[in-house]
Design a protein around this ligand. Structure first.
Ligand SMILES: *[C@@H]1O[C@H](CO)[C@@H](O)[C@H](O)[C@H]1NC(C)=O
Ligand SMILES: *[C@@H]1O[C@H](CO)[C@@H](O)[C@H](O)[C@H]1NC(C)=O
Ligand SMILES: *[C@@H]1O[C@H](CO)[C@@H](O)[C@H](O)[C@H]1NC(C)=O
Ligand SMILES: *[C@@H]1O[C@H](CO)[C@@H](O)[C@H](O)[C@H]1NC(C)=O
Ligand SMILES: *[C@@H]1O[C@H](CO)[C@@H](O)[C@H](O)[C@H]1NC(C)=O
Ligand SMILES: *[C@@H]1O[C@H](CO)[C@@H](O)[C@H](O)[C@H]1NC(C)=O
Ligand SMILES: *[C@@H]1O[C@H](CO)[C@@H](O)[C@H](O)[C@H]1NC(C)=O
Ligand SMILES: CC(=O)N[C@H]1CO[C@H](CO)[C@@H](O)[C@@H]1O
Length: 241
């Protein structure tokens, strides 16, 4: 899967300048998740790793039908605390449930977003979805962020998740988040990378007991800012490139 064909960009001009760079560079990224044993949670997860940017996203789902929760682990480099990384529940940027995490200099701050267009920081959105940090798998310093979390009610078709395809998107930016102390922080362009990957969720299943064992230690969710807009399910159904 070409990284640039999906999870598109804020302007087609920028897209044109990024496309050749990524496709000409030697890129050993495998855009299908592979097996990953996470030593922190002890879970056998599936993990995507972007070798160009060093962003990785690991996922485990409970072995039980009709579940919308997952345990995720997002890691990526920071530059003097600056930057943000995130994922989309499908291959698109415009429409589906998005998530971003960053550092406020001390802690990991995160929020859910929904992009009505490509051309500005996707506004914060509110809904039944929640991210709850797993403290033993969460750390941040000036150069590195690791956020291990339970994502509750995230893999819902209503929010753009397609259980038949299980493509997901990722993005990474080196740019400082303005107002980083709040979940409404302003996200700048994902200059370090973006794209889609195939999340092999069938192979990311862990027993409900193991899932609950890890999820049970998760902290209270970081609540969205008061002005977050309610998630628009109509827009999620429409999708975008
Ligand atoms: C990517 O990972 C998948 C799943 O493990 C594997 O089947 C495939 O061979 C890998 N592709 C490459 C190019 O390594
Ligand atoms: C990614 O990680 C490798 C191995 O640690 C390192 O050599 C490389 O500089 C890193 N690249 C980026 C963009 O952080
Ligand atoms: C880190 O940020 C500084 C200041 O913006 C910049 O000069 C430098 O190139 C960045 N380093 C990396 C590895 O991106
Ligand atoms: C930042 O955290 C990473 C990952 O835990 C670690 O490898 C690195 O040494 C840390 N950097 C500093 C300056 O502590
Ligand atoms: C998955 O289902 C959605 C919604 O029904 C459809 O739009 C999409 O084309 C399907 N994808 C695949 C790979 O079958
Ligand atoms: C909420 O308020 C913050 C801070 O004033 C602002 O940056 C953000 O764009 C607002 N979000 C929405 C969804 O209006
Ligand atoms: C929700 O999205 C649809 C389709 O993009 C749009 O027509 C509608 O105005 C949006 N609703 C709200 C409340 O923004
Ligand atoms: C309501 C709903 O989504 N039900 C589904 C639960 O999972 C089983 C097995 O995967 C499906 O057959 C149901 O349609």
């Amino acid at each position: 899967m070409a990284p640039t064909s999906l999870f598109s960009v804020f302007s087609s001009l920028i897209a044109l300048t990024l496309l050749p760079q990524r496709s000409l560079c030697q890129d050993s990224t495998n855009y299908t998740t592979t097996a990953y044993h996470d030593p922190v949670t002890g879970l056998d997860m599936q993990r995507f790793q972007d070798t160009a940017s060093n962003l990785s996203f690991a996922i485990a789902v409970p072995d039980c039908a009709n579940k919308t929760d997952f345990i995720g682990q997002l890691t990526f480099p920071l530059n003097g605390s600056a930057g943000w990384g995130g994922f989309s529940v499908n291959q698109n940027m415009v429409g589906p449930l998005l998530f971003a995490a960053w550092s406020d200099g001390k802690n990991v701050i995160s929020s859910f977003r929904q992009a009505p267009s490509y051309d500005y920081s996707p506004p914060e959105t509110s809904g039944p979805f929640k991210a709850r940090a797993i403290a033993k798998g969460t750390s941040v310093n000036d150069t590195h962020l690791c956020y291990t979390f339970v994502c509750e009610c995230c893999l819902d078709p209503t929010f753009g998740f397609q259980s038949n395809a299980t493509m997901m998107g990722y993005a990474l930016s080196s740019k400082p988040v303005a107002g980083a102390e709040a979940p409404s922080g302003v996200l700048k362009y994902h200059d370090l990378g973006f794209g889609a990957f195939k999340a092999q969720l069938d192979q990311a299943k862990v027993s409900q007991a193991d899932f609950d064992g890890v999820a049970g230690s998760a902290e209270a969710p970081l609540m969205p800012a008061a002005n977050a807009t309610a998630f628009n399910v109509t827009a999620a159904a429409g999708g975008g490139m």
